[in-house]
Design a protein around this ligand. Structure first.
Ligand code: AMP
Length: 395
């Protein structure tokens, strides 16, 4: 894995693909700066060596060039504040305007280019466009994990123009190392906690991880497809009736591979999908008609936490209940607590891919787990065992 440690950036221009695709409010202020903060260590390290930095990113889904709503100029003041150095903005990402600024750059300077997606060539992975981008740096650094699963010009194709001069930034390095620590060189036992709404969206992950884990904890809406497949009564719970056979196959495969599958014992059932619903705790396979399971129950919290506490490597993808509603958030919070405790006891814990990341942030577990992935879709594809184009372009 080539990283910025393999290069000396002194007197060199680094062209860094960052992920500054940050949310903005109606006044175009950055409301969550996580991604800018995440890019800082790479930028700092290159500047500290006496290099200069040209940053390129996308922001939102602009319709065309000049779509001001998605201009990266809105990000400049936040980036300046976080990086602690002035960030010069150029209102284009290719062409003479960029050349004029980049050609005069000195060591320690930072330039941010305008939204790459103002050009459809970016997402098309256009070779000519990539070549134009490549003119802005001596060394190409990809630090945009969140878009590494896309074969776009700036994330993948541009690397072709940096033979032996392309590497991963520190964020990419951390993301790749974290997933490797879980799927390639884990300390055992390994537990995967899979939640979320549907089995169908997690099947790729399950198939890829089954031979790498010791315990599989299943929670969330997925539960009921498994319970119904096993002959239980799931009432009005979310259930994929066309995946019952698949659920049985997964259970069978897991058993043959020696993976212990843990399904909820009891659940918190509600009489409607609402925070104002009436609730009751019932056995997971005896949910009355008119009721739906929206969180795990107290016995399950204890049972799942007990497994988690015994494990040395923990992967968490997907909430175990409808955590967006406070009434059904407790199970997910308890899973977070157990993972935090296990981590404190020396386990390695990775939270990745979608809503479990939001849950971890919302409930304040971010600093109590080993690593929270910054890339939803990219992490999901890695968990499914796919090679990301942005990674393959550099390795
Ligand atoms: P996913 O994107 O597949 O990880 O699904 C995440 C979503 O699953 C969250 O928005 C949760 O509210 C939802 N979810 C979790 N548990 C349940 C449940 N028991 N019934 C319905 N939806 C659920």
């Amino acid at each position: 894995m080539k990283t910025i440690n393999d290069f000396n950036f002194s007197g060199k221009k680094a062209l860094i693909r960052v992920d500054f695709n940050v949310p903005l409010n109606e006044n175009f202020e950055v409301t969550d700066d996580t991604r800018i903060v995440a890019a800082k260590p790479t930028i700092d390290a290159i500047l500290a060596q006496g290099g200069s930095v040209v940053l390129m990113s996308h922001l939102g889904r602009p319709k065309a060039k000049g779509d001001d709503k998605n201009s990266l100029r809105h990000v400049v003041s936040k980036a300046t504040q976080i990086l602690g150095v002035p960030v010069t903005f150029v209102a284009d990402c290719i062409g003479d305007e960029v050349r004029a600024v980049v050609s005069k750059m000195k060591a320690g300077e930072v330039v941010l280019l305008e939204n790459l997606r103002y050009y459809p060539e970016e997402e098309a992975g256009d070779l000519e466009f990539s070549k134009k981008l490549s003119e802005w740096g001596d060394i190409y650094v990809n630090d945009a994990f969140g878009t590494a699963h896309r074969a776009h010009a700036s994330t993948t194709i541009v690397a072709q123009f940096f033979k032996d001069k392309a590497c991963f930034g520190k964020l990419m390095e951390k993301e790749l190392a974290s997933i490797a620590k879980v799927l390639k060189t884990p300390e055992r036992p390994v537990v995967a906690i899979l939640g979320g709404s549907k089995v169908s969206s997690k099947i790729g992950i399950i198939e890829n991880i089954l031979d790498k884990i010791d315990h599989l904890i299943i929670g969330g809406g997925m539960t009921y497809t498994f319970i119904k497949a096993k002959g239980g009564k799931v009432g009005d719970s979310i259930c994929e009736n066309d995946r019952l056979e698949l659920a049985l196959q997964i259970l069978d495969k897991a058993e043959k591979m020696g993976v212990k599958v843990h399904l909820p014992l009891d659940i918190l059932a509600a009489d409607s999908f609402s925070n104002d619903a009436k609730t009751q705790i019932v056995p997971v396979d005896e949910i009355p008609d008119g009721w739906q399971g929206l969180d795990i129950g107290p016995k399950t919290e204890i049972a799942f936490s007990f497994i988690i506490m015994q494990c040395k490597t923990i992967l968490w993808n997907g909430p175990v209940g409808v955590f967006e509603m406070p009434k059904f958030a407790k199970g997910t919070i308890e899973m977070g607590n157990a993972i935090a405790d296990a981590t404190e006891d020396g386990a390695f814990s990775l939270v990745g891919g979608g809503d479990s990341v939001s849950a971890v942030k919302q409930f304040g577990f971010e600093n109590k787990v080993s690593y929270v992935s910054t890339g939803g879709g990219a992490m999901l594809e890695m968990l499914e065992g796919q090679t990301l184009p942005g990674v393959a372009a550099i390795v």
